[in-house]
Design a protein around this ligand. Structure first.
Ligand code: PDD
Length: 293
């Protein structure tokens, strides 16, 4: 079966899908994106992703290429045409095509691309296998809440992790605090047993998976703290994990070559993975999607 992409109003074979060389996304990284997980044929946290997209577009003053409602239809249609039940939908909106000039172009329509890809179904046993992370300086701009396609620090960081044999890199700000992973949110269970992840601020991308995990924890009566934590605190933590639409809840058992806790996947991490899967299967994603309003 050949893959289908949506490009500016048309469904086209993936191999022929193309945008103009003067698309501002290509020339300036002047655009935003979203990655939606599909689990058992269902989009996870669709409204949350759309609300976060609205936030990114508003902050960058990029127009919606189509209405939010129409976009929902296109996303579903791309998943359907590619017969993706488990996998992801990628969506990108740029400020559009215009002669290269830094200021916003007048009368240019924003450009929309949507693709979908199959992935192996969520596998709890595999997610429970711990991975390693490295820590690197956070060299990004200061608006991490905007899901910009400008990802150079993130890809350089991820590549550094790969070359070090690690799964992810945790970015550390000038105060020694872990902000987040290059494409995931970072979590620890402190030596005193407190579940901690960075508070939603300009310093992080407020993950849809992160929100689901927080809501699942609250429902189960598990306390948590949304606050920055230092590398030092992470090194002394009992457990650690990351969350994202592609990695779900993934155990971290090693930071910069040092074991987290006893080096085995933690009890609370395992519990959060189970609670997360139950939560998305029951609710379809976070219920509090007004976070970006
Ligand atoms: N990344 N932080 C960053 C910097 C991210 O890029 C992502 C997601 C997250 C987690 O967000 P969510 O739970 O909504 O997926 C946190 C996507 C998956 C990517 O860039 O591929």
């Amino acid at each position: 079966m050949s893959r289908i992409a949506y490009v500016n109003g048309q469904y086209v074979p993936h191999q022929d899908a193309a945008v103009h060389i003067e698309d501002r996304g290509y020339q300036f990284a002047d655009g935003v994106y979203e990655v939606f997980a599909l689990h058992q044929g269902r989009l996870i946290g669709e409204q949350g992703h759309l609300n976060r997209l609205a936030h990114s577009l508003t902050e960058l003053r990029i127009d919606w290429p189509v209405s939010q409602r129409a976009l929902g239809v296109i996303i579903g249609e791309v998943a359907r045409r590619n017969r993706v039940r488990d996998g992801l939908v990628y969506l990108q909106i740029t400020r559009g095509v215009a002669r290269r000039d830094h200021p916003f172009p007048a009368d240019t329509e924003s450009a929309l691309v949507v693709t979908a890809r199959r992935l192996p179904p969520l596998d709890k046993a595999q997610l429970r296998q711990g991975v390693g992370v490295i820590t690197i300086p956070d060299i990004r701009w200061t608006r991490h809440d905007i899901k910009s396609v400008s990802l150079l620090p993130n890809i350089l960081g991820k590549q550094q992790a790969r070359e070090a044999g690690a799964y992810e890199a945790w970015m550390v700000n000038d105060d020694g605090m872990v902000t987040e992973g290059t494409s995931s949110n970072a979590w620890i269970v402190t030596k005193d047993g407190e579940l901690v992840t960075h508070n939603a601020a300009h310093a992080i991308l407020n993950g849809i998976t992160r929100l689901s995990v927080l809501e699942a924890a609250a429902e189960a009566g598990i306390g948590f703290s949304e606050r920055p934590f230092s590398v030092e605190e992470a090194m002394q933590a009992k457990e650690a994990f990351i969350t994202s639409s592609t990695s779900h809840v993934k155990a971290v058992t090693n930071i910069d070559g040092q074991s987290v806790g006893n080096g085995h996947v933690g009890e609370l991490t395992t519990r959060m993975l189970d609670l997360y899967v139950d939560f998305i299967e029951a609710k379809g994603g976070p219920q509090n999607t007004n976070t970006w309003n």
